[in-house]
Design a protein around this ligand. Structure first.
Ligand SMILES: C[S@@+](CC[C@H](N)C(=O)[O-])C[C@H]1O[C@@H](n2cnc3c(N)ncnc32)[C@H](O)[C@@H]1O
Length: 272
């Protein structure tokens, strides 16, 4: 049974896993150094536990104990009970969504291991926004995508915002991170995937036509929020593919879709 421990000071070293959760730079280095990630809310914590992630500790206000009463008896970790004020002073935000858990990261599988059983994959270049990464995992889980591949610089799916927005899909959809941005796309192609580079460029093939002839194994390449896909990745792809936008979009100042919207539309087109 998890041990319940009341803690009153935000500076208590036992709470160090939860310090300044809104400070991206600090969190990235702390979580990498400690091999941990943070899950937020009973539902997401339960999913993390169900998928084999070991808890280091749980932090919550006492009133949230019931929300995890089914799992706490089976856990072997401390549960720190804090006031709302202590939680806010520690994490940097008002923790209204119930429990937080600090969990140990599992080793990531190698690229070939994730590719072998997959037919439909999403490949993310240098996305910087954790919300977008989490939402794309949710699309992947909802729209029959077997795996997600990340470029070396793509944002972390286990960052708190990604985990939360994905509703735990980051635990359900297998993913791997490339070691080499320049060379590893060729490994994906060599594994039999037809690579479709999603771009709003006018001279790209229409998505509907590309989807009709996409073949057995398909990889959808999505680019960063600012610059989009690099010219290197577009040139490595089998085809550049666009989701046609309304002719009036440009006059409204819109030259592309948000990357999550593009992912959802492209995944849906492939499932039809
Ligand atoms: C915000 S967009 C980047 C816009 C960037 N200026 C460009 O030209 O790609 C982020 C990503 O969403 C995808 N995307 C956005 N709009 C798209 C469209 N109309 N067709 C296909 N992909 C699109 C692309 O993968 C793109 O790299």
């Amino acid at each position: 049974m998890a041990e319940l421990i009341h803690v009153s000071e935000a500076s208590d070293p036992r709470l160090a896993d939860y310090v300044r959760l809104t400070d991206g730079q600090l969190r990235r280095s702390l979580e990498a150094a400690e091999g941990l990630f943070i899950a937020e809310g009973a539902k997401v914590i339960r999913r993390a536990l169900e998928t084999g992630h070991l808890p280091r500790s749980i932090l919550m206000a006492e009133r949230w104990l019931d929300s995890l009463s089914d799992v706490l008896p089976g856990l072997d970790c401390p549960v720190y009970l804090v006031s709302d004020a202590t939680a806010e002073a520690l994490t940097g935000f008002a923790v209204h969504r119930g429990a937080l858990a600090s969990l140990t990261r599992l080793p990531l599988p190698a690229l070939p291991e994730v590719l072998a059983p997959a037919r439909r994959i999403i490949i993310l270049e240098d996305l910087v926004n954790h919300t977008n990464v989490g939402a794309i995992f949710r699309c992947a889980a909802a729209l029959d995508v077997d795996a997600v591949i990340l470029a070396p610089r793509c944002a972390d799916p286990l960052y708190r915002r990604s985990v939360k927005v994905s509703m735990g899909a980051v635990f359900a959809v297998p993913y791997a991170r490339m070691g080499d941005w320049h060379k590893d796309l060729a490994l994906v192609r060599d594994a039999g995937f037809r690579l479709l580079a999603l771009t709003p460029a006018d001279d790209a093939l229409d998505l509907e036509d590309a989807a009709a002839s996409s073949g057995e194994k398909v990889g959808l390449l999505l680019g960063s929020e600012g610059d989009g896909l690099s010219s290197h990745w577009i040139s490595e792809a089998d085809a550049a593919v666009r989701i046609p936008m309304s002719p009036g979009a440009l006059s409204k100042g819109v030259d592309s879709l948000n990357v999550v919207a593009a992912a959802a539309i492209a995944c849906y087109a492939l499932t039809r």
